[in-house]
Design a protein around this ligand. Sequence first.
Ligand code: NAG
Ligand code: NAG
Ligand code: NAG
Ligand code: NAG
Length: 282
Amino acid sequence: MLLLLMGMFVARSVSHTITTLEVPLWADPRREAELRCLYIRQQHDPPLHSVKWYRDMHEIFRYTPQELETRAFNSTGISVTNSSCDPRACVITVRPERGTAKYTCEVSSEGPRFAVDKRSANMTLAVLPEYDPLITGLPTLVQVGEQALVNCTSDYSLPAATIDWFVDSEPQEDPLITAETTVSGADGDGLRASWRTLHVYPDDYPTHRGYLALRCRATVATRPPHVRSMSVRLYVASRPHISSYMFSKNNAVASSSSRFRLETTVWTLLFFVRRQVPSLVK
Ligand SMILES: *[C@@H]1O[C@H](CO)[C@@H](O)[C@H](O)[C@H]1NC(C)=O
Ligand SMILES: *[C@@H]1O[C@H](CO)[C@@H](O)[C@H](O)[C@H]1NC(C)=O
Ligand SMILES: *[C@@H]1O[C@H](CO)[C@@H](O)[C@H](O)[C@H]1NC(C)=O
Ligand SMILES: *[C@@H]1O[C@H](CO)[C@@H](O)[C@H](O)[C@H]1NC(C)=O
């Protein structure tokens, strides 16, 4: 009879229960990420035995309240930079690594059963671009019969952006018109810039209004995707021999489009200044 009662007591004593696991879905490798695990002790539960954090299959941190101890395991290359644990919550900060990793919080109660509750969540590195993509090489004016070659460069991001070009809202897929997206080498934090060139033949767009609307779209494949765009006008000259009326109109168009080229130049300068200054400071 006594054994039966003890058996019932043991069967009813479950583990601490994890109520909340907070792991950021996306993490910036340049900053520490905070992981939070909250748990409750049910009536009849034995005291907390330990809280363990895992990155994939590797234990990275352990809190054992009975021994008043916390331990970080640096062998897997991940560094736990701070921690704050008590009988209700265990919060650690980690320096995130490349790619996607599964973080698990595992809470166990004291014996006799050392019952365990655990929960996992994935964290993926991502850095969104700070700036809109930049269009360079835009001519002041392109003559009918000529072609223009423009270049679009995305800001550094993780993962690298893919770039798409649109002319008058039409996506440009033809490999003769757009090269593939090219990706730069990684900077110290693993971020990369991308660029893609576009050949525009105004003859292919006979209905243009004196200009073609060019749009460059940079997409970072987070979920949901992060999209940034830049739009410019490519001014197209009509054939000068058609009439002097057309010619004077072109001059007006040309002066307004030179403002665009000035803007592009300023943007290019800003872009290079931004990239150069940190390395000068170091
Ligand atoms: C783990 O690495 C962090 C940062 O590099 C360091 O502060 C900490 O002391 C290390 N912990 C152990 C147990 O080596
Ligand atoms: C570590 O965490 C504690 C509690 O959250 C906080 O007060 C402290 O400033 C943190 N230390 C560092 C070096 O981040
Ligand atoms: C984490 O990602 C892996 C691989 O994409 C997936 O199989 C797994 O279900 C994810 N786990 C969680 C807890 O979302
Ligand atoms: C496009 O721009 C990138 C950098 O922004 C540069 O490396 C590349 O050479 C340029 N391509 C052309 C065809 O101008």
